[in-house]
Design a protein around this ligand. Sequence first.
Ligand code: F6R
Length: 241
Amino acid sequence: MNIIVTENYETLSEEAAKRIAEVIKNKPNAVLGLATGSTPVGMYKKLVEYNRENQIDFSQVTTFNLDEYIGIPSEHSQSYRYFMDHHLFNHINIDYKRTHVPNGMAKDIKVECEAYDERIRSHGGIDIQVLGIGNNGHIGFNEPDSSLIVGTHVTELTEDTIQANSRFFNTISEVPTKAITMGIGDIMKAKEVILLASGNSKADIISKLLEDKIDTHIPASLLQAHPNVTIIVDQQAGKHL
Ligand code: F6R
């Protein structure tokens, strides 16, 4: 694994955005795997800037997001579709039809999950997958467990995750308890992975993920078995390294 420790959040965001820009420059029809949450917001801001300055052309790019809550519609301000439109898609020259976020309101969620994996496959797989990391080590919404699931599936969010995500809702009872997430196999099949972490609260989990063992109770530790991973952390998240 490559590890990059940046001075601060701004430089972390720049580093990540530059890597995505490079991938698109080398392959204009690249397939991006994208994450939501607080961490990649600065990276999306940079990507919007680069697009405005004509440094990146998104016209042939396809995207697949990692996850979506079950039970809230895409127009809801806390849906991940809304997040992506708001932070990225509405501001760049991407063909909206090429942007994919799991549909958490699908009538048949199992069919939705299978179709999502099939769509990723039919686009030739993910060229670069962006990940954040939960304080409990989750990637996507692959929560710590005694076994992990390979493909896109329904997951029950843990208390830790519900608590962490309640900062975006009025009350904790409004936080959905289930989500659709790409599986560990989907993430491991990506040709390249960049995992971003910022701030003191991520320092412990970042050092655990780098311990020399793979533990399904720290799902991000599986990335040690991936041939092309870069962990980009700011000084606070990287303080134990
Ligand atoms: C979001 C996702 C999650 C987040 C993680 C960190 O699509 O898949 O795994 O990346 O919960 O969230 P933040 O960045 O808000 O700390």
